[in-house]
Write a protein that binds this ligand. Structure first.
Ligand code: NAI
Length: 308
């Protein structure tokens, strides 16, 4: 199993580390445009192999895509991250050009690859890859909902004063401060609906804190986060590599599901060896349906800024 990660910055390197530690991939190639950067990150990570007990071989390359040949899965984390006060949508100008070029280069050397798009604005970047590469739609997956759901579960566990592993919950919709739809109605603590423990007001607060989860960290860190994003991407990579048939909210190209078409937006999806194998259609109530519709309008507005 060969995994390539393009963009050896904060999120790309974090993803490489988690993939290696989970020990399911034989090879990880890190590639970056910055001279020597990916090689340095790869060497540093390889020097953790005996400490962390993994056998995955990690190599780095400065923009030589021949090193990525025959990758099974490739992750696109190249592009600029937001600074405090910025929205993800403001990154579109620079990142669209990068994502388009990177995805074309990856496919040239790995025609059967499954691509995981991470660069922001992620739903629009995923749509761009669908529009420009010609890969089958199950092989292009955007990562956002897995991270947003992890942040939702963290906030829920905080409110419930319980371990995060006791909590289950999901965020669907667009990966943006206004577009996320945390499904508080369906969230559970040890299979019990969280509404049994928390007031509606507290649950609304959890949902709001989740939606600005990335912005909160960007303000604290001065740049966007990397541990949880890297771990979330590694979860998607593992589900595909190990054919886990595991469900994650992912940005998928919709064709009528949830009453939406011709956009990529976060919906629950089963991931396995064929990439995004199935979109799961949840029964949403009217309020949730409206939020999803509004979220889709926001994503489409950003898509409108693309030159495709
Ligand atoms: P970073 O600045 O630490 O790393 C980005 C890397 O991409 C840099 O090393 C840069 O040299 C490289 N790069 C730029 N152009 C390239 C090209 N044409 N080819 C190869 N490499 C290139 O940024 P960070 O924090 O790792 O974030 C990366 C992207 O992921 C950003 O767009 C950020 O907004 C996004 N992100 C998305 C998340 C999600 O949930 N979808 C979560 C966190 C970040």
């Amino acid at each position: 199993m060969k995994v390539t990660i393009v963009g050896a910055g904060a999120v790309g390197a974090s993803c490489a580390e988690y993939v290696a530690i989970k020990n399911f991939a034989s090879e990880v190639v890190l590639l970056d445009i910055k001279e020597g950067y990916a090689e340095g990150k790869a060497m540093d990570l390889m020097q953790t192999a005996t400490l962390n007990g993994f056998d995955t071989k990690i190599t780095g390359s400065t923009n030589d895509y021949s090193k990525t040949a025959n990758s099974d899965i490739a992750v696109i984390t190249s592009g600029i991250p937001r600074k405090p006060g910025m929205t993800r949508e403001e990154l579109i100008g620079i990142n669209a050009g990068i994502v388009k070029e990177v995805s074309a280069n990856l496919i040239k050397h790995s025609p059967d690859v499954t691509l995981i798009v991470v660069s922001n604005p992620m739903d629009t970047m995923t749509y761009l890859v669908h529009k420009t590469t010609g890969l089958p739609k199950n092989k292009i997956i955007g990562m956002g909902g897995a991270l947003d759901s992890a942040r939702f579960k963290y906030r829920l566990s905080e409110a419930l004063e319980c371990p995060p592993s006791d909590v289950d919950g999901m965020v669907i919709g667009g990966h943006s401060d206004t577009g996320m739809v945390p499904l508080t109605r369906l969230a559970t603590r040890n299979s019990v609906p969280v509404s049994a423990f928390l007031s509606e007001e507290r649950l609304n607060q959890v949902a709001e804190d989740t939606k600005v989860g990335g912005a909160t960290l960007t303000k604290l860190l001065g740049t966007s986060a990397w541990y949880a994003p890297g771990a979330a991407v590694s979860g998607l990579v593992q589900a595909i590599a190990c054919d886990q048939k595991k469900m994650f909210p992912c940005s998928a190209l919709l064709d009528g599901e949830y009453g939406l078409s011709d956009l990529c937006i976060g919906v629950p999806a089963i991931l396995g060896k064929d990439g995004l194998e199935k979109i799961v259609e949840l029964k949403l109530d009217d309020a949730e349906k409206n939020k999803m519709k509004e979220s889709a309008e926001g994503v489409k507005k950003t898509n409108g800024l693309l030159d495709v």
